[in-house]
Structures are given as structure tokens and as C-alpha cells.
Design a protein around this ligand. Structure first.
Ligand SMILES: Cc1cc2nc3c(=O)[nH]c(=O)nc-3n(C[C@H](O)[C@H](O)[C@H](O)COP(=O)(O)OP(=O)(O)OC[C@H]3O[C@@H](n4cnc5c(N)ncnc54)[C@H](O)[C@@H]3O)c2cc1C
Length: 503
């Protein structure tokens, strides 16, 4: 099938709705339910982008006579990587960078895992050559299946937040955390829950462990990797309270379009067919799955491009506010906009460094450099909160005094038009702009974004530790050691001594 259209996405979702629960009731059709319909429409728009004549060559690629979404493309050269990065950015711009889990993210994951599928055959439970239990073959087929059908994936990595001082097996019930109950002829039975899956309005869910599984006697029960349709019997998604409250997009420009939802995922003795199992019982392999296939780097490459788009959106909005209220001559205002520019340029430079420093990995995949991507995925969560703060500081009361579209069309319309006009725009245009700033910096949509940015790639504390563990600082340490042990010749014995010092 290859790259699908928005209509195909909506039809498929309508025919195979995920088992979503919102406000105590089952969502029968997410394409029409008030809490999810707008997001479904936005996703459909994203799928349609790849068929726009001027974007088709960038957002899709050809292989074996079929056209697929570029985010599934296996990069073999730096040029391929550049095309993938540009496609990520164009698609990110569609949601102004606020769609954290557009399908590209998981596409990058399954691409890398599919091409590096041999990794999964080192799993102790894999039976190479077996029609069902050859995990490498299963992973490879899954990548092709997802790519060929242009599926939309969600994923859930972490266990419920019951008691972080205990291991999964020590909780009041051993199946609070998702675990394997038994093996059957046709597959494995899994029971338990996962804490968070953003974008549950998806065709499939991918399950892998994210946090390093602790060593303990029954540790292997919790080590697993598999993919399932989101409407699999026994699988349900408890969604959080909707942020999209059905307001006009002019009033809620982001939340009325891009509430991607986050769901708690419950597995009530779910059968995972063997063909969908990629990893089992092997703790060490599970702990290294993302690094072992380099999937983490391809996902991080999508992320760095996405965050560039988001930072550009903040810059565009901040500068538009400054232009609207004529505050650009104040030095501290310039300085605040400059902060956004610096953040943007840092992210752009990290993207270039990751791409230019890319190398072929052992699976023949052109893989972006780890150092700049690790820097980006640690830097952005630590600094993102400053972006909405800057919009608040630049917009001040303008970000709260925003009569709605209905107000502007109501009895006070003429007064609103007079008193809330901008230095360079009508009240209508000014209020549309400030409403966007509010949705970026103040609304419940913005609040959820702030939390998302802090945690979406993992706990920042543990991410710093991981960076500390993997970063190769030996050369820097050696230089310091060499400096400390350097015996400079005293000036009286060797002229000025300057040559020695600079040698
Ligand atoms: C909006 C949002 C969307 C998300 N979307 C997804 C998604 O689509 N898929 C997905 O898989 N995940 C998703 N996540 C989850 C994300 O991966 C986790 O939030 C992140 O890994 C942190 O785990 P946690 O939330 O369970 O926090 P916890 O692990 O419960 O941590 C809570 C606090 O305790 C501290 N802490 C806990 N354990 C340790 C430890 N061992 N060492 C040091 N400090 C510790 C943490 O630093 C933190 O301060 C999402 C999260 C958010 C907020």
C-alpha cells in the first residue's frame, strides 16, 4: 500500500478503533468522539501532506515500485539522513512542533529496529529459523508491515508509578507491572499495565522496557518486546482528561487541533502471538534494546528536528508579539528574544553536528552522531520551560486579556476592535496571535506540554547519569594529566620559556 492519505487513515481507525476510555465511557469511534475527533483530523492532515505535489518527493521515497513515508526510509548516506531530517521538520512544522508523538517518531524506531533486527536473535529465547520464534525475522517483518501500511504507532515503556523504591516483583501484586503470565502454543499471555502511551489514537502499540530492569530472581518475566493492534482483546487505554474542550480553533489554536492524548495502558491477559514477539526473558538484551539497534539515535534525530520547529514557533510568536505592541526598542525585550534565538541556534547546530558526524553502523545504516544528540535531548528538557516563560514576560497582560471570537462578534465588538487593536494590526489579528501565545505558554495544553518536555525522553536525572556513563572523557582527562605532569623548563635555562609553554 505505501504512503496513505488522511482519508485512508480515518477509515482504518473507524473500522479498527482502539479500546479507549474517556470520562468513564468507551470511545466507540475516535474519529467522531468530541475529545478525539479534532486530533484524528489533524493526523489525517499530516498523512495528506505527503501527497501534496510540492512535498511528495520530500515526504515519501520510492522502493521496489512503491512509495513510502520518508520516516521509514533506511538512510545509507548523509544525503539520505538530510532528506529524513528535512521531512521530519516539514511534518513538525505542521503542528508548530507541538505534536510530540506524530507517527515519524515511532517510524524511526521500527526502521532502526527492523534493519538492526539481528540484534533480537541474540536473545536467549529466540529460535533462529523457527517460523514463529525467530525474533529477528519477527522484527524485520514488523518493520515492513508497519511501513507497507503506513501505520500509526503509540508506545509504552514504563511501569505504573506505584512504589519506585520497590522492584516490580515486590509490589502488592506481581502483575501490576506488565509481565509474562504463561506461554501457549500460539503466543505469550501478558498481564499488568504500562504508565503512559501518548497518541493512543493509533493503529498499533509497541511495547519495550525503557528503564533498566533491576536484577532479581524473577526479573526475566518483565523483559519483553512486542507489537500489537490497539484493538487487541484484553487491551485497553484509560485516557487522561481531554484538553480539547471543543472550542473554536481561533480561540484555542493548539488545544483544539493537537491534543494527542496520553493513556494508561491495561493488559488483561492479552495474547501476543509469537510472530509479534521481538524479545523475551532476556534482561540484558532488554536493557540495551534501544542502543543495540541504534533506534534511540534515529528517534533522537527526529526529536532534534521537531524541537527546532517548536523553538522556531516560539521565536515567531515572540517576535510577532513584540511587533504587535511595539516593545522592540527596549533592551530587555531584545535580550529575551535573543534568548530564544540562542536556543534555536544551539538546536540547529546540534542537528548539523549529528548529521555531519553520522557514520555507518554495523547494519549499514547511516546513523547520526550520538554526542550532539545526547546533548540535544538533555539540553532541551532542561531549558524548554524558559520558552513559555519568555512569552509570558513579553506578552504580559496581553496573554490573559483576550476576548474570544464570540466576544468580538458580540455587543462589545466595536469597543474591543478599538481598544484591543495592535500597533500594527487589527484587534482580530492581535487577539488571534495572543490566543496562540496563551495556548503555547499558559493554557492546560501548555501545562501538559511543559511536563511532556521534561519527561518525554525519560527522567532527566537518569538521562544525565546515562550520559555520564557513556560519554568518553578519556582524552580530556589525559590532557589534564599531561598538563599537570608537565615540567616546563624555567625561563633562566631556556630563554623566555614561552616556546615551551606553547609546545
Ligand atoms: C506528558 C507525558 C507523555 C509521555 N508519553 C510517553 C509515551 O508515549 N510513552 C512512554 O513510554 N512514556 C511516556 N512518558 C513517560 C516518560 O517516559 C516518563 O515520564 C519518564 O521516563 C519518567 O518516568 P516516570 O514518569 O515513571 O517517573 P518516575 O520514575 O516515577 O520518577 C518520579 C520521580 O522520582 C525520581 N526517581 C524515580 N526513580 C528514580 C531512580 N531510580 N533514580 C533517581 N530518581 C528516581 C525521578 O527523578 C522523579 O523525580 C510520558 C510522560 C509524560 C509526562
Amino acid at each position: 500500500m505505501g504512503a496513505i492519505t488522511g482519508q485512508q487513515f480515518l477509515t482504518r481507525l473507524r473500522q479498527n478503533p482502539p479500546t479507549l476510555y474517556i470520562d468513564g465511557a468507551r470511545v466507540e469511534d475516535p474519529t467522531t468522539h468530541p475529545a478525539t475527533a479534532n486530533m484524528c483530523r489533524s493526523l489525517a492532515g499530516l498523512y495528506d501532506l505527503q501527497h501534496q505535489p510540492e512535498l511528495r518527493d520530500l515526504l515519501t521515497y520510492e522502493e521496489g515500485g512503491e512509495r513510502y513515508a520518508t520516516s521509514f526510509m533506511v538512510p545509507r548516506t548523509r544525503e539520505d539522513l538530510a532528506k529524513i531530517g528535512e521531512a521530519h521538520r516539514v511534518r513538525a512544522n505542521y503542528g508548530l512542533g507541538f505534536l510530540g508523538r506524530a507517527p515519524d517518531y515511532m517510524n524511526a524506531n521500527v526502521m532502526a529496529a527492523g534493519v538492526g533486527a539481528e540484534y533480537f536473535n541474540t536473545c536467549s529465547a529466540s529460535i533462529p529459523g523457527d517460523p514463529k520464534r525467530d525474533f529477528a525475522a519477527n522484527m524485520r517483518r514488523y518493520y515492513e508491515f508497519v511501513r507497507d501500511n503506513d501505520l500509526c504507532l503509540t508506545h509504552a515503556l514504563t511501569n505504573p508509578q506505584v512504589n519506585r523504591s520497590k522492584m516490580a516483583s515486590e509490589l502488592p501484586d506481581p502483575y501490576i507491572a506488565l509481565g509474562v503470565v504463561e506461554e501457549r502454543e500460539e503466543g505469550i499471555i501478558v498481564r499488568g499495565a504500562r504508565m503512559m502511551a501518548t497518541l493512543p489514537i493509533a493503529d498499533e502499540i509497541l511495547i519495550f522496557p525503557s528503564t533498566v530492569l533491576k536484577e532479581n530472581a524473577d526479573k526475566s518475566r518483565y523483559a519483553m518486546g512486542f507489537g500489537l493492534p490497539t484493538n487487541t482483546p484484553g487491551l485497553s487505554f484509560q485516557c487522561r482528561e481531554p484538553i480539547d474542550v471543543g472550542r473554536d480553533p481561533e480561540d484555542h489554536p493548539l488545544s483544539s487541533r493537537f491534543d494527542e492524548q496520553d493513556a494508561f495502558v491495561i493488559f488483561d491477559d492479552v495474547l501476543v502471538p509469537w510472530e509479534r514477539v521481538f524479545l523475551l526473558y532476556d534482561v540484558e538484551l532488554a536493557n540495551k534494546a534501544y542502543a543495540g539497534t541504534d533506534a534511540v539515535l534515529h528517534m533522537a534525530y527526529q526529536v532534534v528536528n521537531l524541537k527546532i520547529a517548536k523553538t522556531e514557533a516560539f521565536l515567531g510568536t515572540a517576535q510577532s508579539i513584540v511587533n504587535a505592541i511595539g516593545s522592540g526598542q527596549f533592551q530587555h525585550v531584545q535580550s529575551k528574544v535573543a534568548e530564544i534565538i540562542i536556543m534555536l541556534e544551539i538546536m540547529k547546530a546540534l542537528e548539523v553536528a549529528a548529521r555531519e558526524g553520522a557514520t555507518l553502523n554495523k547494519y549499514g545504516v547511516m546513523t547520526p552522531a550520538r554526542g550532539p544528540l545526547d546533548a540535544a535531548r538533555n539540553y532541551y528538557p532542561a531549558n524548554h520551560a524558559r520558552l513559555p516563560e519568555l512569552l509570558q514576560l513579553l506578552g504580559a497582560s496581553g496573554i490573559i486579556m483576550m476576548p474570544s471570537k464570540a466576544d468580538r462578534e458580540g455587543p462589545l465588538g466595536p469597543q474591543i476592535a478599538k481598544f484591543l487593536q495592535a500597533g500594527n494590526a487589527s484587534a482580530d489579528d492581535r487577539l488571534k496571535l495572543f490566543r496562540l501565545a496563551w495556548d503555547m505558554a499558559m493554557s492546560s495544553f501548555a501545562g501538559r506540554q511543559e511536563l511532556y518536555e521534561r519527561f518525554f525522553f525519560g527522567d532527566p536525572v537518569r538521562m544525565h547519569s546515562a550520559l555520564y556513563e557513556v560519554y568518553d572523557s578519556r582524552e580530556a582527562v589525559e590532557r589534564i594529566q599531561a598538563f599537570l605532569s608537565r615540567k616546563d623548563t624555567p625561563a633562566t635555562e631556556a630563554g623566555s620559556g614561552a616556546e615551551v609553554a606553547h609546545a
